[in-house]
Design a protein around this ligand. Structure first.
Ligand code: DOR
Ligand code: ZN
Ligand code: ZN
Length: 411
């Protein structure tokens, strides 16, 4: 073995003292005792698969004053995320193969973590894009029903997963908004419920519904062949949170009742995964409510916050590992998120006793703020990607460009 990592391993729902043997960046063996050229002994600390964040906006190219692929991916690495899937609403929009290839070059040059890239589903080049992209993204509020169904059909033929932002603009209310409660009124629960219903009724394969936020959406998700996602902000924040324009996000923050329904759905597996929808904007863009840009950052805090909630048993560790590591990898065909032979050797190490109060100045996003100020988190003490230490002792250990494109479906 090139490297052996030893400690308390999370393996199929149990924590077992053991060793992970790594060769050529892949997990070669998992055993009680293993010999290697190099050994990392983490003692009593917890070793689990690194997270995969299936929903980030790193703003590169086009909006790099908010974030770029290096700051975004550094933030991911410190949060225990070994692979991010980046959304196509960069500038220019990723709706042609040429734009896709340009963005791929930028990400390859700058990323600290592995990454996949979405292509915009509202494109005339779906067949070509389907050969190279990790998945497609559909902004359902941009399309009428005919176009939506046509594009979903074309995407289905590519075999790639399509992530859908589910809100029906026919249910939006045109109004001036000056607080979170107004904003919720302008984009009511019904807008999400009705769009998800419509998409589910189209019966397409490989549909993944992003950021479920309304309690009414949950019943529609049961046994219907789509996968779904929830964000930490929709689980933990609501219109009573003291965030003002910073808390403006699409879909909107809703009520405590919605929060609790989402926690239940995540715990019982009706909602499959947790993703951050990391959508950084500068503080300048988050001042006056009606003009504020919608979106909140989160790639670095998602897994630490979820790990904190395993400590007070709000959610089980096995559900967190499934929702943040295993299942996102499965949905998007990545060889990650599992401690098993043949998987990419992406591991994170936790000292569960070492919880921190989150504050913006400890985070690495360019935007410089977090909606989770003063929340608790357990941050990894080490992040390993393909057998290389990427973060250790709060320091980044690789160069930008270490991250590789992970978009190919593995055989
Ligand atoms: O709040 C949001 N921000 N929702 C989206 O769908 C897009 C995102 C962004 O890119 O800022
Ligand atoms: Zn969205
Ligand atoms: Zn998004």
């Amino acid at each position: 073995m090139d490297l052996v990592v030893e400690g308390n391993l999370y393996l199929k729902g149990e924590i077992i003292k053991g060793c992970v043997g790594i060769e050529d960046g892949k997990i070669k063996a998992v055993k009680k005792i293993l010999k290697g050229d190099e050994k990392l002994d983490f003692g009593e600390k917890l070793i689990m698969p690194a997270g995969v964040d299936a929903h980030v906006h790193f703003r590169d190219p086009g909006f790099t004053y908010k974030e770029d692929f290096s700051t975004g991916s550094m933030s991911a690495a410190f949060g225990g995320i070994s692979c991010v899937l980046d959304m196509p609403n960069t500038k220019p929009k990723v709706n042609t193969a040429n734009v896709f290839k340009e963005k791929l070059g930028i990400a390859k040059g700058k990323s600290y973590v592995d990454f996949g890239l979405y292509a915009d589903g509202n494109s005339d080049e779906i067949e070509n894009l389907g050969k190279i992209c990790t998945g497609f993204k559909i902004y359902s509020y941009e399309m009428d029903d005919n176009l939506l169904e046509k594009k979903l059909n074309e995407i289905e033929k590519t075999g790639k997963t399509v992530a859908v932002h589910g809100e029906d603009k026919n249910f939006f209310r045109e109004m001036k908004t000056s607080n979170l409660s107004d904003y919720l009124h302008s984009r009511p629960n019904e807008a999400e419920e009705k769009m998800i219903q419509k998409i589910v009724s189209m019966n397409k394969k490989n549909v993944h519904i992003c950021h479920i936020s309304a309690k009414e959406s949950i019943n529609i998700l049961k046994n219907n062949g789509v996968t779904s996602e929830v964000t930490p902000h929709h689980l933990l924040l609501n219109i009573d949170s003291d965030l003002g324009p910073k808390g403006k996000v699409n879909p909107p923050l809703r009520t405590e009742k919605d929060n609790e329904a989402l926690w239940d759905a995540l715990r019982n597996g009706t909602i499959d995964i947790v993703a951050s929808d990391h959508a950084p904007h500068t503080l300048e863009e988050k001042q006056e409510f009606d003009d504020a840009s919608p979106g909140v950052p989160g790639v670095e805090t998602t897994l630490p916050i979820m790990m904190y909630f395993t400590k007070n048993e709000k959610i089980s560790l096995s559900r967190v590992v499934n929702a943040v590591c295993e299942k996102p990898s499965e949905i998007f065909g990545l060889n990650k998120g599992k401690i098993k032979e043949g998987s990419d050797a992406d591991l994170i190490v936790f000292d569960l006793k070492n919880e921190k109060k989150i504050s913006a100045n400890m985070l690495h996003s360019k935007c410089g703020w977090t909606p989770f100020e003063n929340f608790h988190g357990v941050f990894p003490v080490c992040t390993i990607i393909r057998g290389e230490i990427v973060v250790e002792n709060n320091e980044i250990m690789v160069n930008p460009g270490f991250g590789k494109f992970a978009g190919e479906k593995y055989a």
